[in-house]
Design a protein around this ligand. Sequence first.
Ligand code: S3P
Length: 173
Amino acid sequence: MEKSYNGNILLIGFMGAGKSTVADYLKTKYSMDLVEMDQVIAGREGMSISDIFSTHGEEYFRNLETQLLIELQSHGNTVVSCGGGVPMRERNVKEMKKNGKVVLLTAKPETILERVKDDHSRPLLEGNKTVAYIAELMEKRREKYEAAADIVVATDGRSAEEICEEIIGKLQV
Ligand code: S3P
């Protein structure tokens, strides 16, 4: 029988850690609903994340993230791909913990750079696509990411399938 997981799973981690890819895989393989936070926010605002940042500022975007996390508490059997900055607010961590299990995906700065280098949808990385910049921002976030996480899964050099099996295995223990 296919393994299943009935609660909600919140994927956190740095930009390019693989949250969207893993979320898609979990949705298909375990028949979960999928909420891609950035996509929902961009859809509601009718503009891209970059445009939200440049028009309204980062704080405005961060408030929308908090609001969405609270709304998601009424969902079940859902995988939530959280924006990379979500765990930086203490309030968000509290709301995530009420939602379900928080899974931190990690990757080395070199891996992140490789994954994001041709993407222009992340305002925080535009003009900053170097291993040094990524490593520094990652280090600044590390403590909060780790404190928010129920489990941690490394993604470097691994397929979505391997990563998902590890997540479901660890959550079922
Ligand atoms: C951000 C990550 C992005 C997006 C925004 C800010 C961050 O999401 O929410 O650009 O602060 O790390 P992804 O992690 O899905 O790229």
